[in-house]
Design a protein around this ligand. Structure first.
Ligand code: NAD
Length: 368
């Protein structure tokens, strides 16, 4: 008996991504899985039903049908209560679950004995790189942040030598040089800006420099566990404030991406720093989803503070839905290979760190 895999239209407002793209469907079909999708599931990400059909999927009229006929359900956003209602007990659900935000949905799934795995909990180990959806989607967000900054700015990014004079390039400061920050640096460099970057992890210095940007050296180091940054002490925050206040005024564009696992994003850009920025400067705060790195950020809004535009975009990966879905779909495909044997049996081996750490519910028990 082959395993049935299903995916549906994402109904969360502004979510355009889809869990599987036709290329991955073809790979799953070739491995012996049966794939079901709700009619039009990939439309918003520009993947059409015909391509899915040609890749071997079966198109069903409703989400309810796709959910109830599948043993494995793939999602981008957490399932809604109605969706959970339509899923059979003992099925597997894999997606971004945001368990801290929707504990009642986790309880509902546990009560129904739906097994659930969260893509945001995949450990950041070398073996899991091809499954690491946080990274694939952060890369999209970092790229898009630089493009939005260039679009919002009233200045060129590159230097321009014209008959009408020489235009100086924009100066971009990237705060936080993790996956998103490095992509924002690379994209700003490709557009010709002078880029500086700052992080509390010294390990990123070489990566920043290899992208042609300058690493802003500060005496502050805050490496935490697992390669992440840790939260700063009050004394360190004051030190960071003095350091950033000296540097931020030079930037035309600030792209901030700093995060600390399990905490609100650290406030790094304070109101007094914004007051020191040139009018016409732009702050793109992609940590907005998690509270923001700028004291003045209003998630999802653009605000004008004394001529400085501060934008805290939400769900940037959805704005590049075709490629973000392609990357996410590959992450899911690689996860499914771990979870199953030859498309025929589900094999949850909790000796595997990746399955152990990403599991949220198993056989009715909440594991987190
Ligand atoms: P993240 O989203 O947690 O944070 C973004 C960046 O903000 C990080 O570089 C962090 O150091 C920085 N930051 C936090 N607090 C700060 C502060 N107060 N001031 C300035 N900068 C601050 O990071 P991420 O992109 O998820 O990456 C985190 C780590 O995971 C990195 O070490 C990365 O190399 C590693 N990683 C490993 C793998 C893998 O091996 N599979 C994959 C992806 C990332």
């Amino acid at each position: 008996m082959s395993i049935n895999i299903g995916f549906i239209k994402e109904i969360t407002p502004d979510e355009k991504r889809v869990a599987l793209v036709p290329e991955s469907v073809k790979k799953l079909s070739d491995k012996g899985f049966r794939v079901f999708l709700e009619k039009g599931a990939g439309e918003k990400a520009r993947y059409h039903d015909l391509s899915y059909k040609e890749s071997g999927a079966e198109i069903l009229e409703s989400a309810k049908e796709a959910l109830s006929r599948s043993q494995i359900i793939l999602k981008v956003q957490p399932p809604s209560p109605d969706e959970i209602e339509a899923i059979n007990p003992d099925s597997f659900l894999i997606g971004f679950l945001q368990h801290y935000k929707y504990p009642e949905r986790i309880n509902m799934m546990a009560d129904k004995k739906i097994n659930a795995f969260a893509m945001e909990l995949i450990p950041r180990i070398t073996r899991a790189q091809s499954i690491d959806a946080l990274s694939s989607q952060a890369a999209v967000a970092g790229y898009k942040a630089a493009i939005i900054a260039a679009n919002m700015s009233s200045r060129f990014f590159p230097m321009l030598t014209t008959a009408a004079g020489t235009i100086r390039p924009s100066r971009v400061l990237v705060i936080g040089a993790g996956v998103a920050g490095l992509q924002a640096i690379a994209t700003s460099r490709r557009l010709g800006a002078i880029v500086e970057a700052y992080d509390v992890r010294k390990a990123v210095k070489e990566e920043i420099q290899s992208l042609g940007a300058k690493f802003l050296e500060s005496p502050l180091v805050a490496e935490g566990a697992g390669g992440y940054a840790r939260e700063l002490t009050q004394e360190e925050k004051d030190m960071q404030h003095r350091f950033m206040a000296d540097n931020i005024g030079r930037a035309d564009i600030v792209i901030s991406t700093a995060q600390v696992p399990g905490k609100r994003a650290p406030i790094i850009i304070t109101k007094d720093m914004v007051e020191k920025m040139k009018p016409s400067s732009i702050i793109i705060d992609i940590a907005a989803e998690n509270g923001g790195n700028c004291e003045l950020t209003k998630p999802g809004e653009i605000i004008d503070y004394e001529g400085v535009l501060i934008y805290g975009p939400l769900n940037l990966p959805s704005t590049l839905a075709t490629h973000a879905s392609e990357m996410y779909s590959k992450n899911l495909l690689n996860f499914l290979i771990l979870l199953t044997k030859e498309g025929k049996t589900l094999d949850v081996d909790f000796n595997d760190e990746i399955l152990l750490k990403s599991c949220v519910i198993f056989k009715g028990e909440i594991k987190i």
